[in-house]
Design a protein around this ligand. Structure first.
Ligand code: NAP
Length: 317
């Protein structure tokens, strides 16, 4: 019987799947693990099921001494909180949960796009504050969504899911930036540069992985290139967008609004953003449906079961 650590409370089915054959400890804390907890976990468990915020950085592996864990089965497709190179150098494999959260996250991108363009948050806040005095023809006029131009930064699984919804559901023209060529079964134009894409579209949606390569990819230059009616949506990782430059662009009216699910220093969200009516702010809800979170946990669990049985992991990074 091997020892497994799940670093946050999970849907029951996930714990049940692992506890059939192994000894499972579930950390009863909603916050990410501390440095000491990370180091201790590497020494005490055969496999760990970590998630966002559990910062398995190079320094943790270096400080860990004798490492018992052979696998970090990350709960989530994004794994920028894990230094994969250091993990491998210390004999620790890493897996993630691609695919099972694509639809939920694409749905949430549309939630942000629609809510921001149609001023849904502003309307809700007005109504709840008891300030609604009835319908009139010029109240809270937003931007039309159907038929507009969409730009996707990072045409991967989720980027494609968003583009598909926008093309088939909203009759939008789709353009995108991606380093490699994509084969798509609907019309979409690949653009060479980020600024050309930004200048061309009404809604710019960010769906690249986080990490050093994409840090502040969306910055001042992109905001100046965007139309003043443009809306930015970010469902990727907070540090892909230069948050200070975004605030400056919104304050200067360089862009019309933003829909954000992720932030540079979660859970801190700058006061400046919280004070703006033209931004929609969600607390990192991309994959937050019971079905999706269960599927993510079961895929992470399957990776652990395969690894502990000496088989190749299902979704290595
Ligand atoms: P994916 O299939 O790997 O897609 C990422 C896409 O980005 C790929 O097409 C990749 O293609 C492209 N890309 C990477 N670097 C790029 C760059 N510098 N410039 C342009 N394109 C670039 O991953 P996914 O499953 O769609 O997930 C994407 C990210 O969404 C995850 O890594 C995660 O951080 C985030 N996410 C957030 C939530 C949430 O709760 N908000 C939920 C799920 C996922 P090339 O490498 O060919 O360029």
């Amino acid at each position: 019987m091997k020892k497994i650590l799940i670093t946050r409370p999970m849907p029951d089915a996930v714990v049940v799947a692992l506890a059939k054959a192994h000894k499972v400890a579930v950390r009863d804390d909603l916050q990410p693990m501390s440095r000491d907890e990370l180091i201790a976990a590497l020494a005490r468990f055969d496999a760990i099921l970590p998630t966002i915020g559990d910062a398995f950085l190079a320094e943790i592996f270096a400080a860990a001494g004798e490492i018992r864990a052979g696998l970090l089965a990350n709960f989530g497709v994004g794994y920028n909180h894990i230094d994969v190179t250091s993990a491998r150098a210390h004999g620790v494999e890493v897996t993630n949960t691609p695919g099972v959260l694509t639809d939920a996250t694409a749905d949430l991108a549309l939630t942000l796009l629609l809510a921001t363009a149609r001023r849904a948050g502003e309307g809700e806040r007005m109504l709840r504050a008891g300030l609604w005095q009835g319908w009139h023809p010029t109240q809270l006029l937003g931007q039309h969504v159907t038929g507009k131009r969409l730009g996707i930064v990072g045409m991967g699984r989720i980027g494609e899911g968003i583009a598909r919804r926008c093309h088939f559901g909203f009759g939008m023209e789709v353009a995108y930036l991606n380093r490699s060529e994509k084969v798509l079964d609907f019309p979409a134009r690949r653009v060479d540069t980020l600024t050309a894409l930004a200048a061309d579209v009404d809604f710019l949606v960010v769906a690249v992985p986080g990490g050093a390569e994409t840090r502040h990819l969306i910055g001042a230059e992109v905001f100046s290139a965007m139309k003043s009616s443009g809306i930015l949506v970010n469902i990727a990782r907070g540090d892909v967008v230069d948050e200070a430059a975004l605030i400056a662009a919104l304050e200067a009216g360089e862009i019309a609004g933003a829909g954000l699910d992720v932030y540079e220093n979660e859970p801190q969200v700058p006061e400046a953003l919280r004070g703006m009516e033209n931004v929609t702010l969600l607390p990192h809800l991309g994959s937050a449906t019971l079905e999706t979170r269960t599927a993510m946990g079961l895929l992470a669990a399957d990776n652990i079961l395969a690894f502990l049985a000496g088989e190749p992991p299902i979704s290595p990074v």
